[in-house]
Design a protein around this ligand. Structure first.
Ligand code: G1P
Length: 261
């Protein structure tokens, strides 16, 4: 977005929520994604020499945010399979981890911290939900929920990936933020390919629920951008640019004139 790749935005979001390590699950030919987080000593020295402090801070930011490692997913076999690739990266004493899908921007950031609080209270796994009334719901994992005392926290009784609109159990859809108990890895080994022929994270969560594992959602009432398709990317870019202190005013004026013309 503007001058920051989506992967850096989610790295910053994870770091702000207290994560110390980011594991990027990537395909074999996508080294550039992790390379974005490597220090660039030559460029940094040049910027320093020329007194370009703001640019220097920008260039350094990614490498200073969080410790980054990668794991390769050899074949695109689905989100569940990608998450399973991270199994070996968890230390023995790490009981839970967060999954952030970088094509999904959940704004304002901060929902992960709220989700961690809910896990501390209820245990198990905690996901982020958006209320999506209407047929668009069938593009998502959809929750079957029951109310708790908190209107923004629901207990999940079932989850289904990309149901037809008339079979969606609610209007609460999974956004790309998850706090998962390590029990998910065992569940991922026991599910078979689901929607789209892919190994679905949704199906592993549903399996855990059926076995009594507590799953809750935090209903996020803010905004969301989907960078995973060109139309969504364009909207997100314009939205970020309009809020940008350097480019916002000029873009707003230009857009207004453009829309009138
Ligand atoms: C994935 C998940 C889906 C979730 C969505 C959020 O789907 O499988 O459950 O609702 O991310 O963006 P995808 O967008 O990869 O099709």
């Amino acid at each position: 977005m503007i001058d920051t790749p989506g992967i850096e935005l989610v790295a910053a979001e994870a770091a702000a929520a207290g994560a110390r390590q980011l594991l990027i699950v990537t395909s074999p030919d996508k080294d550039a994604v992790a390379a974005h987080f490597a220090p660039q000593p030559e460029l940094e020295a040049t910027l320093k020499e020329r007194g370009k402090d703001a640019l220097l801070a920008k260039v350094r930011r990614a490498s200073e945010l969080i410790e980054v490692r990668t794991v390769t997913q050899a074949e695109p076999r689905g989100l569940g399979h990608a998450v399973g690739c991270a199994a070996g990266a968890l230390a023995d004493d790490e009981q839970a981890f967060a999954v952030l899908l970088p094509d999904d921007l959940v704004l304002p950031t901060g929902v992960l911290s709220r989700m961690a609080e809910v896990r501390a209270e209820h245990g198990g796994s905690v996901l982020c939900a958006f209320d999506i009334p209407g047929p668009e719901i069938s593009a998502y994992g959809v929750f079957e929920v029951a109310d708790t005392d908190d209107p923004d926290v629901k207990r999940v009784h079932g989850m289904v990936e990309k149901p037809p609109p008339d079979q969606a159990p609610s209007s609460f859809a999974a956004a790309g933020r998850y706090i998962l108990d390590r029990a998910i890895f065992d569940a991922l080994e026991r599910v078979t390919p689901g929607a789209g022929g892919e190994l679905q994270l949704t199906d592993a969560v549903a399996l855990l629920i059926s076995e009594g594992h507590p799953v809750h959602v935090v209903v996020h009432r803010g905004e969301r951008h989907d960078l995973g398709n060109p139309g969504g990317y364009v909207r997100a870019f314009v939205d970020f640019a309009l809020r940008d202190p350097d480019y916002g005013d000029e873009l707003r004026a230009w857009l207004a004139a453009r829309l009138e013309g």
